[in-house]
Ligand binder design. Structure first.
Ligand SMILES: [Cu+2]
Length: 475
């Protein structure tokens, strides 16, 4: 109830004091904003936390000062949001976290809630699952297809369907799919290391909206079984309600500790029948075991294409893993068709990208516009340099067509792992290095394009001999 009181209170004040069309328009945004804020698991340092604290403070002020006070909170929050001028990077405060004593599920906010420039991938969601050593992630199903990559640790996932069950042993680099509606549970079989899995979520009913359905008994989160009336449960299971209550009331949390014996028993359990029609083909693929498609002493890149594994074929999503040696960088390149949603399993560095969208949206007016897309000054396109610090925990987006360079820090190798949306027929297009596309241009074309004798242009373009990965900048 408390969550609803802020937007309603604000709506009431606004409607009374400014009963005009403008006021209603502004308020719809505020209600959305407040709803978003109150639905977030809040980071103590985040602007959302400060906004909430500000609103709570207003509730304690004298009644006549409250509208002004609330408005101030909103103004402050908006100011902070405007400072956040890199909509392609996501950090801790952009996730909603469902916590359990022995693990957590972190779901990234909707892409469109962050920026209208991410509307192309808004049908997807993104998340991380973490479970501590020797734990059991209780059975749940989702109204979404999940494409999963193991970022660290070892586990075993079991998929339950009406026609059978199947278990997959998991290790770092494994990619697998959990089809929508499959009841799934996971064990962390490692004694010391936590298991961390990244999820690309494709909701099947409402684009960008999905829910977890926890089936086993207990609280936090509550089992969906407890939603049904006792009479119905008694009839469905043919057990009296005292026993049902006991059955459904025991567990606390969705990641629970398991003993060594329990883990061993679960690990030894046979692999199941196989849920996909052609029983023989592979269910998982490990990106670390793929041959690098480009490799030199400065780095390497591996790909898993949508057609490499049968369960992925209809998704048109691939996975790419780039590994850069410390002090090295990738070439400057862009993706022809794909949007990449990337994480950093290990290492540090940064990505620099040229974006033509942000330059013309930095003014207040277009920032608050309603995505009409008509604001790009075609006569003079400007580009904004978008730089994102890379470290474990960060999520960043590389949209198609945007030239970028990834740079490893001078003291650590950098791993970048990406879900590649719209992967089929995507091409990485190199703009620098021995294989850069300019080298294919005719001499006259080069002269005209760069307004310089072609020999000079060629000597610049042929100076860097390395392809795909090279020595990074000095600083
Ligand atoms: Cu852009």
């Amino acid at each position: 109830m408390e969550k609803i009181s802020i937007p309603c209170g604000f709506l009431w004040v606004l409607l009374l004091s400014l009963a005009s069309f403008t006021a209603i328009a502004i308020d719809t945004r505020d209600a959305k904003l407040t709803k978003y804020i109150s639905s977030c698991e809040v980071n103590p340092q985040s602007p959302e936390e400060r906004y909430r604290a500000c609103q709570q403070h207003c509730e304690r002020t004298q009644l006549q000062h409250r509208p002004q006070c609330r408005q101030k909170c909103i103004d402050e929050y908006r100011k902070e949001q405007r400072k956040d001028d890199n909509p392609y990077a996501f950090e801790e405060q952009h996730f909603t976290t469902i916590k359990s004593q022995h693990g957590r599920l972190r779901i990234l906010q909707k892409f469109l809630d962050r920026s209208k420039f991410l509307s192309g991938i808004d049908k997807y969601r993104f998340g991380f699952l973490e479970a501590e050593p020797y734990t059991f992630f209780v059975p749940a199903h989702y109204d979404a297809d999940l494409l999963c990559i193991v970022l660290r640790g070892r586990g075993k996932v079991t998929l339950l369907r009406s026609k059978g069950s199947e278990s997959l042993n998991l290790q770092k680099g494994d990619i697998y799919r959990i089809p929508a509606g499959t009841t799934v549970y996971l064990i962390n079989i490692d004694k010391r290391e936590k298991v961390e899995i990244a999820w690309l979520i494709q909701p099947i009913s409402t684009p960008g909206e999905f829910k977890e359905f926890f089936g086993a008994g207990g609280e936090n989160p509550k089992s969906f079984l407890k939603t049904f009336s006792p009479e119905l449960l008694e009839a469905a299971f043919k057990v009296n309600r005292d026993r049902l209550q006991e059955w459904l009331g025991q567990r606390e949390g969705f990641v629970v500790k398991a003993s060594e014996e329990q883990i061993r028993a679960l690990s030894d359990h046979a692999g199941g029948k196989g849920l996909w029609p052609s029983g023989e083909s592979k269910r998982t693929i490990n990106i670390l075991r793929q041959r690098p498609i480009h490799s030199n002493k400065y780095g390497e890149i591996r790909d898993v294409k949508p057609d490499d594994l049968e369960p992925f074929q209809d998704l048109n999503v691939g996975v790419a893993l780039a590994n850069m040696t410390q002090g090295a960088m990738s070439t400057m390149f862009f993706n022809s068709k794909s949007t990449k949603i990337c994480v950093v399993p290990n290492g540090e560095g940064y990505i620099q990208m040229a974006c033509p969208h942000l330059s013309s949206s930095s003014s207040e007016e277009s920032e608050q516009g309603h995505g009409d897309g008509g604001f790009i000054d075609q006569s003079n396109p400007g580009y904004v340099q978008v730089t994102t610090r890379l470290r474990p925990g960060i999520v960043f987006i590389a949209p198609p067509g945007h030239p970028l360079v990834m740079v490893a820090s001078n003291n650590q190798n950098l791993e970048v792992l990406c879900f590649v949306i719209n992967a089929r027929n995507n091409e990485r297009t190199p703009l620098a290095g021995g294989n850069n596309i300019w080298n294919q241009m005719e001499e006259v074309g080069l002269e005209l394009a760069f307004n310089m004798p072609s020999e000079e242009v060629k000597s610049i373009l042929k100076s860097q001999k390395k392809e795909w990965f090279m020595k990074g900048p000095r600083s």
